[in-house]
Design a protein around this ligand. Structure first.
Ligand SMILES: CC(C)(COP(=O)(O)OP(=O)(O)OC[C@H]1O[C@@H](n2cnc3c(N)ncnc32)[C@H](O)[C@@H]1OP(=O)(O)O)[C@@H](O)C(=O)NCCC(=O)NCCSC(=O)CCO
Length: 252
């Protein structure tokens, strides 16, 4: 996997996009390698939380524009489908994901970050969907995920102007969860990831399913899924331990 590096540090799994001299631009090979890396971490029972970040100056500058010259209608459609399916897959894996944004997160790079559950960004980062400046528009799920994260008005502005916004502004509009100085980025991400890794994997998995599906189904269906999920979460070992621990604390 040349374009992606994988580091296992149980309970955390780290994925580094690794084309730093091309600002980690997403080409066909990176799509394959990233899928393989995520699969590896999903199948490893010791890994509880997955962090995705970029090597070098950028998180990811989006789809590899050098590939665009050779695309025709059909191959462009296929490239967009492959990229979008990867983002859909990442969004729906059964483990929590954090995008650790260490610099530019543009186009497909921001679309990748939006497919993760939580985003932490370095103060110096710039985020945007600049596809319109190329005469195209976001094709890896950005048109749909951005409106769900920040609402229609701001999403329209970002997509129609192609302007980049600084991390602090991204935090203000709800596009990133937290902004920290670059020197603290890894420490803060690790601390958040460890806090989540300590929680019940069954409950985390059901939360992901409920939240991701809940945005797209009638509220009553979502509420019924939530109730049904209680049947599953209550039969887990973690729930038994967590509830017993509450009563133990009361005794002491
Ligand atoms: C990301 C930017 C702002 C980085 O600027 P900077 O750090 O100053 O570095 P550069 O010299 O511009 O770039 C270094 C090197 O990387 C190549 N590169 C950067 N981005 C891409 C890319 N998306 N595809 C291919 N190659 C890229 C750049 O050409 C340089 O290569 P050399 O061989 O050294 O010349 C800036 O680079 C930038 O604005 N990039 C484009 C961002 C963009 O438009 N993204 C949207 C792509 S379309 C998309 O994602 C579709 C999916 O929805």
């Amino acid at each position: 996997m040349d374009t992606v590096q994988l580091k296992k540090e149980p309970p955390l799994g780290w994925i580094y996009l690794n084309r730093p001299d091309k600002r980690n631009a997403i080409n066909d090979q990176l799509i394959k390698d990233l899928r393989q890396a995520v699969d590896d971490l999903v199948l490893d029972d010791q890994i509880k939380v997955i962090v995705i970040t970029g090597n070098g100056k950028a998180f990811c500058a989006g789809a590899d524009i050098t590939q665009f010259k050779s695309l025709n209608g059909l191959t462009a459609w296929e490239f967009a489908r492959k990229g979008r399916e990867l983002m859909d897959y990442i969004e729906n894996i059964p483990k929590p994901t954090i995008a650790m944004i260490n610099g530019y997160a543009l186009g497909g790079g921001l679309e990748l970050a939006m497919a993760c559950d939580i985003r932490i960004a370095a103060e110096e980062s710039q985020l945007g969907l600049p596809e319109i400046t190329l005469g195209i528009y976001p094709g890896f799920g950005g048109t749909q995920r951005l409106i769900r994260l920040i609402g229609k008005g701001k999403a329209m502005e970002m997509m129609m102007t192609g302007d980049m916004i600084p991390a602090k502004e991204a935090e203000r509009i709800g596009l990133v969860n937290k902004v920290v100085p670059l020197v603290d980025l890894e420490k803060e991400t690790r601390s958040l990831a460890m806090k989540i890794a300590d929680k019940s994997p069954v409950a985390l998995r059901i939360i992901k399913l409920l939240v991701n599906q809940g945005l797209d189904i009638p509220i009553l269906a979502g509420l019924n899924m939530e109730s049904l999920g209680w049947g599953v979460v209550f039969s887990s070992e973690e729930a038994k331990r967590g509830i017993d621990a509450f009563f133990e604390r009361k005794k002491s």
